[in-house]
Design a protein around this ligand. Structure first.
Ligand code: ATP
Length: 224
């Protein structure tokens, strides 16, 4: 990664992990809007080679990274970050946050961005309480997911919730903010994989460059 340029205000850095199997407009528009809403300089989008809480994807980490790169294109401030591809074992977000903390230093607000569906499972992550000693957590609404918080999650979050971006950014870590972004999109990678398997169109669900790469590499179109 390039060196941090001189900046009049402290940098604000974000991390959005995921399987990106494949990346779609729900991820990308959310990434753009969350970057705007939080005033992030950089949002690292980090594909997980081995997501701990789900089956290993059929499409390789390198191919999912390539699709993510194609999807991001030249969007300012969004970075396809390959750091988890260089680590062995399961991809734990706390390890990625620790690396980003090390890279950017202690004075910088660092934010982990997750959708509400992923947030509901947070208490089952590896070392979830460490997330808050490294970063803030911003939870974005996702259509179709409204369940109340499980009790383990309520306990984990405790009194960390804040109600505005400025309150969150007054500190460098440890806060939780729920955000409803302007463009809610009911798109999931599961739906895209299903349509491709059935030979149906995924146009406008994914960027054109991603659609082209999927067909060029013949991904997701069979059971193998
Ligand atoms: P799958 O259907 O395979 O479970 P997915 O579409 O949920 O995949 P992931 O790669 O698992 O995609 O998601 C990465 C992150 O992006 C998660 O925090 C997830 O909540 C969030 N996310 C995914 N799709 C959307 C969407 N349409 N709107 C908002 N957030 C989303």
């Amino acid at each position: 990664m390039s060196e941090t340029p001189h900046h009049p205000q402290p940098l604000r850095v974000g991390m959005m992990g995921g399987t990106f199997d494949p990346v779609h407009h729900g991820h990308l528009r959310s990434a753009l809007e969350v970057r705007e809403a939080l005033g992030l300089d950089t949002l690292h989008m980090v594909p997980a080679p081995q997501p701990p809480l789900r089956d290993t994807p059929q499409v390789s980490p390198a191919q999912r990274l390539a699709l993510l790169q194609a999807g991001i294109g030249d969007a300012p401030g969004l970075v396809a970050d390959d750091r988890e591809l260089h680590r062995d074992g399961p991809s734990y977000s706390v390890d990625t946050l620790a690396e980003l903390r090390q890279q950017y230093g202690d004075a910088v607000p660092l934010v982990m961005v997750i959708g509400y569906d992923a947030f509901l499972r947070l208490a089952h992550w590896d070392r979830p309480e460490q997330v808050f000693s490294l970063a803030h957590l911003v939870v974005i609404a996702r259509p179709g997911y409204q369940s109340p918080w499980p009790s383990a999650l309520t306990e984990l979050v405790g009194d960390r919730e804040v109600s505005s971006v400025s309150e969150l950014m007054a500190r460098t870590r440890g806060g939780v903010l729920r955000l409803e972004l302007p463009s809610l999109m009911a798109i999931s990678a599961t739906y895209i994989r299903q349509r491709l398997k059935e030979g149906k169109s995924v146009r406008y669900l994914v960027p054109e460059a991603v659609e082209q790469a999927i067909f060029h590499e013949r991904l997701y179109q069979s059971d193998e």
